[in-house]
Design a protein around this ligand. Sequence first.
Ligand code: 5GP
Length: 117
Amino acid sequence: MPQETIFSKIIRREIPANIVYQDDQVTAFRDINPQAPTHILLVPNKLIPTVNDVTAEDEQMLGRLFTVARRIAEQEGIAESGYRLLINCNRDGGQEVFHLHMHLVGGRPLGPMLKRA
Ligand code: 5GP
């Protein structure tokens, strides 16, 4: 069984978070350390540690992440100006919390996708 992270507690509302959306499959809440005026994490309610652990069974829920992201971007008023969706995987991807999540970042020009090393 994969190890739970703090995100499971947020999903179950056992610890506080600024939750902006929740349904039976996905929970979205504001990042505690925002990198831009809008920085929201979209998290499957099911504990999937990394992208490496997704299966065909998860395809419908993964699609839900995108439709929820689209709706939240509209609510945040950044749909037209633009935003970035990103998912980090494992060490080189910079993943810190091992419960799969999509970052929705926007509200300012985000610049190039990757910093040069
Ligand atoms: P990762 O690097 O794993 O893709 O991103 C993890 C993100 O989770 C980071 O942006 C970090 O600021 C955020 N984060 C970590 N712990 C918490 C928490 O307890 N609450 C919230 N709202 N965000 C968190």
